[in-house]
Write a protein that binds this ligand. Structure first.
Ligand SMILES: Nc1nc2c(ncn2[C@@H]2O[C@H](COP(=O)(O)OP(=O)(O)OP(=O)(O)O)[C@@H](O)[C@H]2O)c(=O)[nH]1
Ligand SMILES: [Mg+2]
Length: 409
């Protein structure tokens, strides 16, 4: 980026920041006004009431289900970068929200570890010099170390080699080319699937099964999805089909409460997961649900049991709602790196997957595994999680991901 370009972007970001700050203050003032009006009414009511019954004046606060509102942070590098990424995707200044800025900041911070062992080192090595075959060797090592996987690395390095044979590439142009190549790899399975963005189809029952080995973040991800879905006005229901782990149902109920979504469960010992799904489908049909989210077990006595159980759940769905749109989403913990890739390959063989969700991108140095999953398992990445909060999950956006992965500061 040239200096003038970068100055303009900073200026744009500064204006966007001022706009968001103003909007936030207006909202705050509006809330204060509303609160004052409410208090006035309460006072009046209290005075009236105390005349009638002095015992009856106690105020009982209504239980709050509201999710913490995101507040605007500092006008810093993170803000500027996030605003620039949004602007580059064609967002107008007045379309930017604090939530979006907050998410991009988290994503960039989350990928910091991956970036450190990769871009920062690469930029240090390259300096302003043009790329050479030797710097490509360094890049190859760095990509492999960031868990990008052998196939994706080979692909990127040979494209870069070819490009170098045609023209001289400076460090900055090299990074730009690298971004383009990485994005191509991630976008391929998304394009192949014919669906850019996974959203429930209106007028049908959509069933999303969250599958994966134990501890990768299935239940947490389901909770965040329930929040995203109900906030986007899809009628949502949760099926607690992990009947293996005793605490799983309670964990889900907490998420259900936070996102205002009901949970269908069966608390009895050794309940059959497929039976829970059976009940949940009945409820979903009765209530005209758009999206049924199914939590599944990550650990059973053997791996075969796990696959058998998933097959049984699928069979029930096919039988009861043959026209449902079913998505089997593999949840992968980015911090498991190559191990996660192995899991993806083994699930893909037997579980008929339709997409992947990458979690725990915050604080791992192995975010590159997302590329390996796209290239080697041919799975479209649908969502990514970068934190344990209810808002820390977003639909996957390859542009934002690659920008965050290769951000140069
Ligand atoms: N830092 C971070 N932690 C996460 C994220 N997603 C989930 N976790 C944490 O990972 C741990 C396991 O998450 P669960 O959602 O219980 O995982 P699970 O796959 O349902 O586990 P089982 O039901 O035992 O198979 C919890 O402590 C979560 O808070 C994430 O994106 N970032
Ligand atoms: Mg779970």
């Amino acid at each position: 980026m040239t200096n003038t370009n970068s100055d303009n972007s900073r200026e744009w970001a500064a204006q966007a920041y001022a706009l968001l700050k103003k909007r936030q203050e207006e909202q705050k003032q509006e809330l204060i006004n509303k609160e004052e009006q409410k208090q006035e009414l309460i006072n009046k009511e209290e005075q009236k009431q105390s005349l009638i019954d002095s015992l009856n004046t106690e105020k009982v606060p209504s239980p709050s289900k509201t999710i913490d509102k995101t507040v605007l942070g500092e006008f810093d590098d993170n803000f500027t970068w996030s605003a620039m990424v949004l602007a580059a995707q064609g967002k107008e200044m007045n379309q930017i929200s604090i939530d979006e800025i907050d998410w991009l900041t988290k994503l960039r911070r989350g990928l910091e570890e991956t970036r450190k062992g990769f871009v920062t080192e690469l930029l240090d090595k390259l300096g302003d010099d043009p790329l050479t075959p030797e710097s490509l060797d360094d890049l190859e090592t760095l990509l492999i170390r960031a868990d990008v996987g052998i196939d994706s690395t080979d692909k990127v390095i040979s494209s870069l080699r070819k490009k170098l044979n045609e023209e001289v590439l400076g460090g900055e142009a090299g990074i730009k080319f690298l971004k383009k190549e990485l994005k191509l790899i991630i976008d391929k399975p998304i394009k192949n699937s014919g669906t850019d963005l996974l959203v429930p189809q209106k007028g049908k029952l959509n069933v999303w099964l969250l599958v994966g080995v134990n501890g990768v973040g299935k239940t947490t991800t389901l909770g965040k999805l329930a929040y995203l879905s109900s906030r986007s006005n899809y009628k949502t229901l949760i099926a607690a089909a992990d009947t293996f782990r005793a605490a799983a149902v309670d964990q889900l109920k907490v998420w259900g409460e936070r996102s205002d979504v009901d949970v269908i469960s069966n608390q009895s010992k050794n309940a059959d997961p497929a039976a829970v799904v059976f009940d949940a489908i009945n409820s979903a049909k009765k209530r005209n649900v758009d999206l049924l989210l199914v939590d599944t077990a990550g650990r059973l006595q053997t791996k075969n049991n796990l696959m058998d159980e998933l097959a049984k759940i699928k069979k029930i769905i096919d039988k009861k709602v043959p026209d449902a749109i079913v998505e089997s989403l593999l949840v992968l913990d980015a911090s498991q790196g190559q191990n996660g890739l192995k899991q993806a390959k083994s699930f893909a063989k037997s579980a008929n997957l339709s997409g992947a969700i990458i979690t725990k991108l915050d604080g791992t140095s192995r975010g590159g595994v997302s590329l390996a999953v796209s290239e080697e398992v041919n799975l479209p990445i649908r969502f990514i999680g970068a934190g344990e909060g209810i808002k820390d999950l977003r639909p996957f956006n390859s542009y934002e991901f690659v920008e965050a992965l290769l951000a140069d500061k």
